[in-house]
Design a protein around this ligand. Sequence first.
Ligand SMILES: [Zn+2]
Length: 196
Amino acid sequence: MKLSKLGDKAVHAMRRLLVALCGIMAAFAVSAQSAPPPDADALIRAFACRVLVGKGRVVLPVSVISDPKLTMLSLAERLAGGTQLNIIYNPKLMNRYRAVSRLFWLEHECAHHTLGHTLRTSAVSDAQMGQDEDAADCTAIQTLIKGLPGQAPMIDAAGRRVIEADLARLMPGGGYYKPGTVRARHIEACAQAVGG
Ligand SMILES: [Zn+2]
């Protein structure tokens, strides 16, 4: 069916909005170089992402959902008028990463929620999308290093090196996603900024 010009624009805007939900590109072309870690979902089930909103700092819980059909590693989405927050991940793709790296990706998606990226209701530029990814990476690694308020750090320097190595090895980059090697260097700079 031929779409009208307005229709084309609408579809484009919708695609951009979906992309704005900040999925992470699947690395389908990259073969795993090590056996999948056991019981990957146990760590994911234990993960908690909570978003504080409004003057009353109301806590919005975030559901973490496994979807084997997801065509990317993971994404953050906000549904139902903004009150239902999800992190969706492909378990097979997630299993390519070591445990500490899976934790990083979950924190990355959580950061898209806490930084307000999933609140956007209109298309944004590729440049802005790239900035969002950088910000989510930075917030994620710093959260892991510092720990949640009142809690212990979640990773040490060795864990950070694992995350950086996995990114460099498994993330191809493309579109507004920078290659994993570049993201790893950015993450290292973010870590150094908080003494990690
Ligand atoms: Zn992202």
